[in-house]
Design a protein around this ligand. Structure first.
Ligand code: ZN
Length: 419
């Protein structure tokens, strides 16, 4: 199928006509299906380096297919699926299974992340080489959900992935400082009498890991940075030339620990929501590039795991279908910034060639069309995810994803998933 996106604005530029044929942005062709794109902005397809798709193991919360659909509706053309499934994605067999399910769903490119340690147990390094050379072509490894706490293991993993330009994505949490933690440690946790998760538990691990990465000359990626102190550690490391990249989630860019006061578990997440000054520091760090990407940490949970007492609820929130609207609500139509932090940089970190490219003739047609003037109220019952744990229910957000194309095939048209 060929398409003509009539009157589209590429990254906010003057309206033009953009043709898609044979999977690429093309020169004008005959018989293209016309999409009226007046007032719409084309962005390179978004790329998420941190998604939980829950399959295999928790298909009641999400499947590769439902998560892929949520991603396409959010403007994504590629997502990296975290390894904390059941079984854990710590072998070539499991990562190939996830990769194959992604291909079958055919809505976004699903790039599996491999576990760093067997069973995420932090004891024994998983078969990183086998996962890298498998059909899934794994390049990011992470024990996300848990921190790779053992410095010797972390060092060995960093050394190991150098051979194939892999990267270790660390969930930075000194578990001995967060035992029993229910929320950010600060004024609000004291007031509520809840055990706190101190900022230093994140900052201490990031400081250690940037030194390890510097020592072995390898690539480190820091998941879901949440504190102003972490930003300063990263700023200094980058200034020294350490090969470190970092992500921030939409929720850490918007929400604060004050929300815990209502004890609604939809706001329980790990790392926890922090203070207003942390939020301000994170927003600035994304702008100036100390933080490289926005990653969703899309974490679907079944109703029984989330709609219960705060103390027993699982941490995590949905993110794929609301990430771009949240970023738009914070930064406004800064399309270059959005394209870089939500598409180009994440594609580069994940090694996903074909994504995050320029929308020029001959490039793979991985792109999304946004209506920046539209606003919508987030209604959990309208989300494509199998779960409902969005913290944005009832909020009015700017920006509607009108269409998404994966290698020239529409996955979303008129704001609806094509399949
Ligand atoms: Zn995590």
């Amino acid at each position: 199928m060929a398409y003509l996106l009539k009157g589209v604005s590429i990254l906010g530029a003057e309206p033009t006509d953009l043709y898609i044929a044979d999977g690429v942005i093309s020169a004008p062709v005959e018989n293209a299906e016309v999409v009226d794109a007046a007032g719409l902005v084309a962005l390179p397809g978004l790329v998420d380096v941190h998604t939980h798709l829950r399959e295999p193991g928790r298909e009641d919360a999400e499947t590769v297919e439902t998560g892929s659909r949520a991603a396409a509706l959010g403007g994504y053309t590629a997502v990296c699926a975290m390894a904390n499934t059941s079984p854990v994605a710590d072998t070539a067999g499991v990562v190939e299974q996830v990769w194959r399910l992604g291909r079958e769903a055919g809505l976004v490119d699903v790039q599996p992340i491999g576990a760093v340690t067997v069973g995420l147990a932090g004891k024994q390094m998983a078969e990183l080489g086998a996962m890298a050379s498998s059909a899934a072509n794994v390049r990011i490894f992470s024990d996300d959900g848990f921190c790779v706490a053992d410095p010797k293991l972390m060092r060995r993993a960093l050394e190991y992935v150098k051979a194939f330009d892999g990267v270790i994505a660390q969930h930075a949490e000194e578990h001995r400082l967060t035992e029993g933690a229910q929320m950010h440690e600060g004024e609000v946790s004291t007031r509520l009498g809840l055990t706190g998760w101190p900022a230093v538990a994140e900052e201490a691990i990031i400081a250690r890991d940037v030194l390890l990465a510097e020592h072995v000359g390898s690539r480190l990626h820091v998941c879901h940075v949440s504190t102003a102190g972490s930003v300063e550690v990263l700023r200094q490391a980058k200034a020294r030339g350490v090969r470190v990249t970092a992500e921030v989630t939409p929720h850490h860019l918007l929400l604060t620990d004050e929300l815990a006061a209502g004890y609604d578990p939809v706001f329980k997440v790990n790392p926890p929501l922090r203070t207003r000054s942390d939020v301000e520091a994170l927003r600035k760090a994304l702008l100036d590039g100390v933080i490289d990407v926005v990653a969703t940490d899309h974490a679907p949970h079944a109703v029984q795991d989330k709609e219960c007492e705060w103390a027993h609820a699982r941490p995590g929130m949905l993110g794929l279908e609301t990430a771009l609207p949240i970023v738009l609500s914070i930064y406004g139509p800064q399309w270059e910034l959005i394209a870089d932090r939500m598409s180009r940089a994440p594609a580069r970190i994940a090694g996903l060639t074909g994504h995050g490219g320029d929308l020029t003739v001959g490039s793979p047609a991985n792109l999304t069309l946004v209506d920046p003037s539209a606003r919508r109220v987030v209604d959990p019952s309208e989300l494509a995810s199998r779960s409902r744990n969005t913290p944005y229910a009832g909020m009015t957000l700017p920006g509607r994803i009108v269409a998404t194309f994966l290698r020239g095939e529409a996955t979303v048209l008129d704001g609806k998933a094509v399949k």
